[in-house]
Design a protein around this ligand. Structure first.
Ligand SMILES: [Mg+2]
Length: 252
């Protein structure tokens, strides 16, 4: 496992270096179709190639654009090479690499290591199953201080009326990169991240689920059920990451 963790860190580092070398004006260009039929943008393709080069055949890969690559290995890397592509394409400095590692054919419950790296800032969130969550090597905890509660929500065409009615008098942010927004719950910066519609896939939240849980928070779906999703791109889910259960009850 140590070797795989090192490899995940190398992937995040290499994607960061590569993306920073590219011109932002090229990020949003469509170059192909992804495994799920949505267009692959230039930046997604470049980042995914960097990841595949480093991982090679040392692990199986489930990645957003290319789908599942079975290398007959014990472990699978569940990767979103760039989460927040639209932000990247518009020059909004909030997007990341997300990498979860778990034994093959598992679910979000079986992820043993998670890494989310904020590409523009270089901040690295990590979690090791049963061993805590970290931001740049320092242990993090979901917030228990509700004196200035902040909810991060998906608004607009990916949001919904019901959620908006419940929260419109609270302090709200909407930032456009699910994995990073979930990590803000883990670090105690905000108290909830909510994507109320069934849009996200395991590649978006495999790493961040472990990071939130290891920080003492919990991750549910929009029905208030504890989130558990297998390693496949065929399942789309709502996601509600919270610092504690009572926040989920407030939003569902
Ligand atoms: Mg992506």
């Amino acid at each position: 496992m140590d070797e795989l963790v090192e490899m995940a860190r190398n992937v995040a580092e290499a994607i960061t270096r590569r993306v920073k070398r590219e011109a932002v004006s090229k990020f949003g260009r469509e170059v192909a179709m992804g495994a799920d039929g949505t267009p692959t943008l230039y930046i997604d393709r470049v980042a995914e190639e960097v990841a595949m080069d480093i991982i090679g055949k040392k692990a199986n890969i489930l990645s957003e654009e290319i789908g599942f690559i079975d290398n007959d290995a014990d472990y699978t890397f569940i990767i979103d090479p760039i989460d927040g592509t639209r932000n990247a394409a518009h020059g909004i400095p909030f997007y990341c690499v997300s990498i979860g590692i778990g034994r093959r054919d598992g679910s979000t419950d079986d992820v043993e290591y998670g890494l989310v790296k904020n590409i523009p800032t270089g901040d690295v969130y990590e979690a090791f199953k049963n061993k805590g969550a970290y931001l740049n090597g320092e242990k993090i905890r979901a917030s228990q201080d509700y004196s200035d509660k902040i909810f991060v929500l998906t608004l607009g065409k990916s949001g919904n009326e019901k959620t908006w009615r419940k929260v419109n008098l609270h302090t709200i942010r909407a930032m456009g990169a699910a994995a990073l927004e979930m990590c803000l719950v883990a670090s105690g910066a905000v108290h909830a991240y909510f994507m109320p519609r069934e849009i996200l896939r395991v590649t978006d939240f495999a790493a961040a689920c472990l990071i939130v849980r290891e920080a003492g928070g919990e991750v549910y779906n929009a029905d208030g059920e504890v989130l558990k999703v297998p390693y496949t791109l065929n399942v789309r889910s709502s996601v509600l990451a919270v610092s504690e259960r009572k926040i989920m009850e407030e939003l569902v």
